[in-house]
Design a protein around this ligand. Structure first.
Ligand code: PEP
Ligand code: MN
Length: 340
């Protein structure tokens, strides 16, 4: 349920409402918007509570949110969420490009890639130190040593870091180095992990599960937000279809759908969804044209020698070409792409 306050409501009225909500054993989440203050009421709401709230001073309207996700819903938070990390403003009109190798391999690979993607216009550096691999015999990442190399690349370039955390036990360690923690597609429904990253004070990017509906995906974001962490980014990374030529199928409609249902930023990952380097740029352009707030792109100095995901990694040169075209599309799209 959300309680929409009348414009210019007195602080004392807001306080009384919060106290009343808490007296009923519920939780109040106050969201002060540009025009109005909206209070989210969390918990098991008694039948007459809507009527009770409507009678309180300063209340304009009480709305029962029909969606199972509340904090992530547009109804609760009509203004778009903007997340600032380093020079990147995620959720605003300019697409934020997060780029780097699939996995951290060595210092030279990480630092050279960081410099190249920065020069081309990326504002966030990616690189996996804990890698979810289909086969247990594949390279599974360097662990904390990899995080240290990411930190080194950050020192060299100033680029903030996004990196995946796979296990609850690693959240504290990863959060020491990362500016944004990534929840991988395979962990989108790892509820203990979502709870844990809900407790940290850093942005979290939740990738869409391989077969997750929009609602399941938004409920995963809701887990993080219910823990008190409102800095959540969603990433469409392709879903399982019947086609085997591409690795997954990027659902480009997910971008405008999420923008309609939620206030959270939504970015697209054309690398994992296509699995082929020559499909990355076209699918990136489609995502930006559809209104994506950003892109996650795999880039490697020598894709043919990459320890992970070489076939979908762009060379530095191809990343430059992608950036040129993304900037061209971004400059012509009506900002922000409307979903009304
Ligand atoms: C990744 O971004 O490194 C990754 C493993 O992606 P996904 O979880 O989408 O497969
Ligand atoms: Mn990868």
């Amino acid at each position: 349920m959300i309680v929409v306050m009348a414009p210019g409501t007195a602080q004392s009225d807001l306080d009384s409402i919060r106290v009343r909500i808490e007296d009923r054993g519920l939780r109040a989440q106050i969201n002060t918007g540009a025009e109005r203050t909206v209070i989210g009421v969390m918990g098991s709401i008694p039948p007459d509570f809507k009527d009770e709230m409507e009678l309180m001073n300063g209340v304009d309207e009480v709305i029962i949110i029909s969606k199972p996700y509340k904090l992530a819903s547009k109804e609760f938070h009509p203004d778009d969420t903007i997340i600032k990390v380093g020079d990147a403003v995620i959720g605003g009109p300019k697409p934020v490009i997060m780029a780097g190798p699939c996995s951290v391999e060595d210092e030279e690979q990480m630092v050279s890639t960081a410099k190249a993607v920065k020069a081309a216009g990326a504002t966030v550096l990616r690189g996996g130190a804990f890698k979810p691999r289909t086969s247990p015999y594949s390279f599974r990442g360097m662990g904390e040593d990899g995080l240290k190399l990411l930190q080194l690349a950050k020192q060299e370039t100033g680029l903030p870091i996004i990196t995946e955390v796979m296990a609850t036990a690693d959240v504290e360690t990863v959060a020491k180095y990362a500016d944004i923690l990534q929840i991988g597609a395979r962990n989108m429904q790892n509820y203990n992990l979502l709870d844990e990253v809900g407790l940290i004070g850093k942005p979290v990017m939740v990738k869409r599960g391989l077969a997750a509906s929009y609602e399941e995906w938004l409920l995963a974001a809701e887990y993080v937000m219910a823990g008190g962490n409102e800095q959540v980014i969603l990433c469409e990374r392709g879903v399982r279809g019947f086609e085997t030529f591409t690795r997954f199928t990027l659902d480009v409609a997910a971008v405008p759908v999420i923008k309609r249902l939620s206030h959270l930023p939504v970015v697209a990952d054309p690398s994992h969804s296509t699995g082929k380097w020559y499909l990355v740029t076209p699918v990136a352009l489609a995502s930006v044209a559809a209104g994506a707030h950003g892109l996650l792109i795999e880039v490697h100095p020598n894709p043919d020698q990459a320890k992970c995901d070489g076939p979908q990694s762009l060379t530095f040169e191809n990343f430059d070409i992608l950036m040129e075209q993304v900037n061209a599309i971004a400059s012509v799209r009506k900002q922000p792409v409307t979903t009304g």
